[in-house]
Design a protein. Structure first.
Length: 601
């Protein structure tokens, strides 16, 4: 058993809560731009003073509507300014925010709102309202439904709540706000649910305050006052929400954008100092740049620049840098790297990645072009990051050291256990699941990993996802899958082989890259993935990716066969979660016959 404990974190007093910072900023730094809000394609500044006033007005409306201390309020919306505004308003009114992914089905919405006992829900659009209305009979004591974007005679939620609260005094609202302490419930975040019903992770104000302060201390350059950050991941996901809270806490200007299709334009306009994303976003930035260079006849230059960036990053850990490498890097910085940084807005000091492994090659590539990606690790149950690489201590290929106030332990079976103020106290109304997850304050993550002599944590797989072949070989599928997914042609991959004679894989094709691939290979433009699933050229390119993935594992763990599926895994089909995690049992059921055929020939 191996254990590492980070330095202790500053004490959090019993009287503190997440809203304190809003009024501290308004009083001491009222003219600082806390947010830049996108309205009709233009960005408008919102100062700390104006933001606090708006939060207070909406909170007074919630109080007038009957929201009491501890009442749960559902929030179904894309990433937008109002999401963060309403989150703070709910806390100011003493309530508990229950985020719901805006892509959730009516059945999922019904489960989350009913299980949490939500007293009210705020939705974004007519479509969201329709989904709630569809399951209204299952929602128990739901008193109010407000809508952010009003239609017809409906008044937008912020306006409606502001009007509703005109008779509630400021003193009443502040008294309510101050009645909530660090150990009171702040939010119930439902896990994505790769298996079974989502569980409600109950996080207190202390949990989130500990997360905020630990990560601000770990990344002082990225989260420095005066910087800016564009939030584009779903705020229903704990990573995006925690990062947004860190930015508010540090007086970093926050912007929101919900549409991945406009992300590059938004980055160019907003010009953030830092970017937070899941690995898939970084993969797409890299793949798009490489594809563009090759399509313009500059492929050899890009490939040479890529090799140089990786070599440069690798040598940063083993000074001194060779003079020749420094010269090549400087040349490619002007030709290639500066353009890649421009795609991120031109001012990006660095980035944070979480949610899944990034991969060493991609991490070295981005550090080599001048945008270091600080990879971290955590779960909803740890209020987001429990470990992270920092500006003062980074080791690519790991997820960093535990954050301040957090301990990590590797159990006898290799499972990662975590303990500290960032760790939740239990699942909402689920004592059985809580007892399984927590033991003497240690959270059993379900992930497998190791801790090196310097305290850096590495993730090697998921305990419940370990495949045991018919020959008794234990195989962690995530490493193989992550290597496959790093290729521009491949969107998703699922390794199979439990109780089978060998390892195989289901592979899906990236819909954005597929048209380019067809053009490069001279295939008919109208051909679908289903049409070309058995095409020799397509299979050869997938096989090349498989061969590369196999170089990282033993022969017994290698993928021996694969099949290209006619369509991608989708959230609508229940095959992936909103955060793009595979629901292996669902995919296994949907493609049971396909898997059988892999072992019949």
């Amino acid at each position: 058993m191996r254990e590492y404990t980070a330095a202790s974190a500053p004490d959090i007093s019993a009287e503190e809560n997440l809203t304190d910072v809003i009024w501290a900023h308004a009083e001491r730094h009222g003219d600082v731009v806390s947010f830049r809000r996108q309205v009709d394609g233009a960005w408008h500044d919102v100062t700390a003073r104006d933001y606090a006033a708006e939060v207070l007005r909406v909170a007074k409306g919630l109080i007038a509507a009957g929201i009491n201390t501890g009442d749960r309020v559902g929030l179904v919306a894309k990433t937008r300014y109002e999401w963060t505004l309403l989150d703070f308003a709910i806390w100011t009114a003493g309530g508990v925010t229950v985020p719901v992914y805006e892509t959730s089905s009516p059945d999922q919405i019904a489960w989350i709102l009913s299980n949490s006992g939500a007293k009210a829900v705020i939705v974004e659009t007519d479509e969201h309202r329709a989904r709630v209305d569809e399951v209204a009979g299952k929602l128990g004591d739901l008193d109010n439904i407000w809508q952010i974007e009003g239609s017809g005679s409906a008044t937008p939620a912020v306006t409606a709540l502001t009007e509703l609260g005109v008779d509630v005094s400021d003193d009443t609202a502040h008294e309510r706000r101050r009645s909530v302490g660090a150990d009171d419930l702040a939010t119930i975040v439902y896990t994505s649910g790769t298996t079974g019903r989502p569980k409600g992770v109950a996080l207190t104000h202390r949990n989130l305050l500990a997360e905020i302060r630990a990560c601000v201390a770990a990344l002082p350059r990225l989260l420095a006052e005066g910087n800016s950050m564009l939030v584009f991941l779903p705020l229903a996901h704990i990573l995006a929400r925690a990062i947004a809270l860190m930015a508010v806490y540090s007086r970093v200007t926050v912007g929101h954008t919900p549409d991945p299709k406009t992300l590059l334009d938004d980055l160019a306009q907003f010009r953030p100092s830092a970017v937070v994303a899941v690995p898939r976003v970084f993969e797409k930035v890299y793949n798009s740049a490489k594809l563009k260079a090759h399509s313009e006849g500059k492929g050899k230059i890009f490939d040479a620049a890529e090799r140089t960036a990786i070599a440069y990053s690798e040598r940063l850990d083993t000074f001194p840098l060779p003079v020749g490498l420094k010269i090549k890097h400087a040349i490619f910085d002007k030709l290639v790297y500066s353009k890649l940084r421009a795609a991120l807005g031109g001012r990006c000091l660095g980035a944070v990645s979480g949610g899944a492994p990034l991969g060493s090659r991609l991490a070295h590539f981005f550090r080599g072009i001048g945008v270091t990606v600080y990879e971290g690790y955590g779960l909803t149950e740890t209020s987001a990051a429990a470990a992270v690489n920092t500006e003062g201590a980074i080791k690519i290929g790991t997820v960093g050291k535990p954050v301040a106030g957090t301990s990590a332990r590797i159990a006898e079976d290799g499972e990662i256990l975590l303990k500290g103020d960032v760790v939740f106290g239990g699942y909402w109304q689920n004592e059985e699941a809580t007892a399984e997850a927590l033991e003497d304050g240690w959270f059993h993550t379900g992930d497998l990993g190791s801790i090196d002599d310097d305290g850096f944590l590495s993730i090697t797989g998921r305990k419940k996802e370990i495949i045991v072949t018919a020959g008794g070989k234990n195989v962690a599928p995530s490493g193989l899958e992550d290597t496959l997914k790093s290729k521009p042609l491949i969107s998703q991959a699922m390794v199979v082989g439990d109780q089978r004679p060998f390892i195989a894989a289901l592979v899906t094709i990236d819909e954005e890259f597929f048209p380019t691939w067809k053009e490069q290979q001279g295939k008919p433009a109208e051909a679908t993935v289903a049409d070309l699933a058995d095409d020799p050229d397509l299979r050869a390119d997938v096989q090349a990716a498989v061969d590369e993935a196999n170089t990282f594992v033993s022969q017994a763990e290698a993928i021996r066969k694969f099949t290209v599926l006619p369509e991608d895994f989708t959230e609508a089909a229940g095959e992936i979660t909103p955060s793009l995690k595979l629901k292996r049992n669902v995919v296994g059921e949907h493609y049971a016959d396909t898997i059988e055929r892999l072992y019949q020939s």
